[in-house]
Design a protein around this ligand. Structure first.
Ligand SMILES: [Zn+2]
Length: 96
């Protein structure tokens, strides 16, 4: 089964303009997959977050297992254009 949601360039502009007007930046994105969590080629090349250093969280199985699946969540950080690197959230991410 496949499902793809695409935010077009007008939508991205509106998101970023709205956040900019609020003095905020788009620094993280979250999405889910029907199966295992990983960053697909589409995820790499058509992200909503384009800020270097931005984070991407992928949740497996349409998030049906909630936080019970925490160990199967996958985190990535954007290092450059389409260069998402897997990170260990326990070490790299501090939630405040
Ligand atoms: Zn994905």
């Amino acid at each position: 089964m496949g499902l793809l949601v695409v935010v077009d360039s007008d939508g991205l502009f509106e998101i970023n303009k709205t956040l900019n007007d609020l003095g905020q930046i788009l620094a993280a994105q979250v999405h889910t997959h029907p199966g295992e969590a990983y960053h697909s080629e589409t995820d790499d090349h058509q992200p909503i977050v384009t800020l270097v250093g931005g984070l991407s969280l992928v949740i497996p199985f349409f998030a049906q297992r909630g936080l019970e699946a925490w160990d199967d969540f996958r985190w990535y950080r954007l290092e450059g254009y389409a260069d998402w690197r897997a990170i260990d959230a326990d070490v790299e991410v501090i939630v405040v």
